[in-house]
Design a binder for this molecule. Sequence first.
Ligand SMILES: [Zn+2]
Length: 417
Amino acid sequence: MEIKFLGGAREVGRSAILVSYRDTRLLLDYGVMLNDHPHFPLTVEPKKLNGILLTHSHLDHSGSIPLLYVSHRPKLYATSMTRQTTTLLVNDFLKVSGYYLPFERPEVEAMLRSCIEVNYREPFMIRDVEVEFIDAGHIPGSAQILIKGDKTLIYTGDFTTIRSKMLEGADTGFGDVDGVVIESTYALEEHKPRQELEKQFVNACREVVEGGGRVLVPAFSVGRAQEILCILVSHGFKPPIWLDGMARKTLEHYLSDRRFVDGYDILERASRKVRIVNGRKSREAALSEPGVIITPAGMLKGGPALHYAPHIVSDPSSAVFLVSFQIPGTPGEILLNKRILKADGLEREAVCRVEQFRFSGHAGRAELHNYLRLVENDALVFTVHGEERSCETLSAWASSELSLKANAPKNGESYKV
Ligand SMILES: [Zn+2]
């Protein structure tokens, strides 16, 4: 079995891996890197692909897939939840991209029509290769992918073994493997214990609201926004909670299929409590009283968050609580570190509270180490989806501590497993 890294090696974004065995060629993810302009993975010939296996809908894993449908129709394999949320994210990407994209709506539609829905733990064959999707615990519908030819390979995609309100965490019963491709996003960082972080966040929201303020929580529309809603409701937070933007549609998808949400009852309860923003009047209502407003984009790069933010930052009793890592240079990071809101071509000084609560859907250092401890010690390990130092550090740890044959590959490199 041969494995080639087409993107996402020593970088976070545009994940893409080509696996070849005999006459079968499978592409695992084909994402996009969204910096100042989109970066795509190395090219691959769509007509030679026997299947594209998508771990989850986030654009850094899915955003380049429509490129492969310009003149061909390779089969796409994904869970039904990933198919639905990918539809939302890729269409939004087309709509809001200020740059030329090398695909349009017909390619997106062709991609969706070519999608075969797969269930967790139901192996299937693609020519010479057996494929199995295993729950990754990252967002509802996310999967790790197990591939069996002459050798067995597991690709984690984005995963976490930490339990959240909506998800139990990754299924790690993947058995003996000869190779592991593991994400390394947080290889250098331990996560704060989840319960403690949740309490701090809910208490901070309470403080602001009791002081008469409003809390703006910019959050990714797929996964994080719904998780934050569940955290507030399950901690008995009573004041109004508003949900805006694409996070609303994602909530509907999550509610429509309980197979993908372990904490379905909490989500269901939260959905009855939340106030859905539907138009200008309810946006005004959300701003008119103390409460929490959850809305994309997570790093304030667009979305309805930019409608609320100017009102919030100019009010000393209100707050912006960021609930994920903020990429340097994004409006969220600039607001956090410089207390300046950049929106609509204007710069405003923030007089409100601005804080960060680092919730994560990724494994932290300890979880990554524990995952690798499950692997036989003659297995090959490839560390990807992390900054260069993160990939190298995790690879070096696996070699020295576990005697695994570990590499931090570069884009364009191929390896035999
Ligand atoms: Zn992800």
